[in-house]
Design a protein around this ligand. Structure first.
Ligand code: KG4
Ligand code: ZN
Length: 328
């Protein structure tokens, strides 16, 4: 059975064909560049672009997978969370497709799909602790299976990707700034005292305190005429270090608390070199299984939506045709 996955929760129009967790194609069109001049994703631009290009992207995905549209046995689509207008385009397209092909449809949770990214073309691991770090969310889940998921930690304010994007943008790195911080950051410049946070046993994340500190520091350095490019690099390297430290710190607490031997990560921030390195270190220095997705499956993509949809369908799940988007 071939599963066609559709992801349109934010600014990526993505369609993928998956069979038995093997990715046969994944075509993604990003409208990110169009939003850059506004400093963030403009929902209306994103939805209009999805509407304009979704059919073209779907045809490309079918062509690359070398299958006919009638070979599709299941349509999986992101149900939420995400931007309502963007979700609506993907869901309406998915419903029309499934209806005309007379095949089942399944609405999939975007965050859990991020966790499924580690299982594309790779063996499944269960149970696990799941870390999702993206532009909109930073959470840790206890996952017994993809239909038995408990939230154990979340951010009280900004998401990790959001905090990196906002601070980097404030320091002149444009949008999205997080990948730029990743690119310019230098380990030898990190000053751990700049954005130190109190390590507590509290499982929740909070990034707004260090974000405000970074903003104040910018103004202070500017007044003192000390905002050299090396200084900017030092501040941003230290900020990124602190965000990554916080992710690893909470994950480590959860591992001890819940005594779970496997960790699975997902979301755009997992493309980060420092974070990947720290997770790799955790894997080497412990007897834990740590699954980090391929960089190409970290950011929003339809392959993990198709993969998770196929997995849940095999467990007996399907959506009714009148299911609605869940933006939050
Ligand atoms: O999962 P994703 O593609 O979309 C959401 O569901 O939000 O994540 C996007 C987030 C953005 O904040 C982006 O700046 C961040 O992931 N990101 C990174 C890197 N590449 C993308 N953050 C840190 N380091 C990177 N290399
Ligand atoms: Zn995402």
């Amino acid at each position: 059975m071939y599963t066609l996955g559709i992801e349109t929760s934010c600014d990526e129009t993505s369609v993928s064909v998956v069979r038995r967790r093997k990715v046969l194609s994944c075509k993604t069109l990003s409208s990110l560049k169009l939003h850059a001049k506004y400093g963030g994703v403009i929902p209306e631009i994103a939805s209009r672009r999805h509407l304009k290009f979704i059919d073209k992207v779907a045809n490309q995905a079918l062509k690359e997978a070398k299958i006919n549209i009638n070979d599709i046995g299941l349509v999986a689509v992101t149900q939420g969370p995400g931007l309502i207008g963007s979700l609506l385009v993907g869901i309406c397209y998915a419903k029309a497709l499934a209806f005309s092909l007379k095949v089942p449809i399944l609405g999939v949770n975007h965050l859990w799909a991020h966790l499924f990214a580690s299982f594309l073309d790779k063996p499944l691991v269960m149970p696990f602790l799941g870390l999702v770090a993206s532009g909109g969310h930073t959470q840790i889940y206890k996952v017994s299976d993809f239909d038995k998921i408990t939230l154990v930690s979340k951010t009280l304010d900004d998401a990790s990707g959001e905090a990196l994007d906002k601070v980097g943008r404030f320091y002149g790195l444009g949008f999205p700034a997080a990948p730029q911080i990743d690119r310019i950051s230098r380990r030898d410049l990190v000053d751990e005292r700049l954005f130190s946070f109190k390590k507590t046993d509290n499982l929740n994340f909070s990034f707004s305190g260090i974000k405000t500190k970074a903003v104040y520091l910018h103004d202070k350095l500017k007044k003192q005429n000390k905002l050299s490019s090396k200084k900017v690099c030092q501040v941003l390297s230290s900020f990124q270090h602190s965000v990554v430290d916080s992710l690893i710190n909470n994950l480590t607490i959860c591992i001890k608390k819940f005594k779970i031997k496997s960790v699975v990560c997902g979301g755009g921030v997992l493309a980060n070199r420092l974070l990947r390195g720290r997770l790799d270190k955790l894997r080497r220095e412990s007897n834990l299984t740590v699954c980090i997705p391929e960089v190409s499956y970290c950011q929003d993509n339809a392959a993990c939506v198709a993969g998770l949809g196929e997995y849940l369908y095999r467990k007996g799940y399907a959506s009714k045709f009148n299911f609605a988007p869940l933006a939050r």
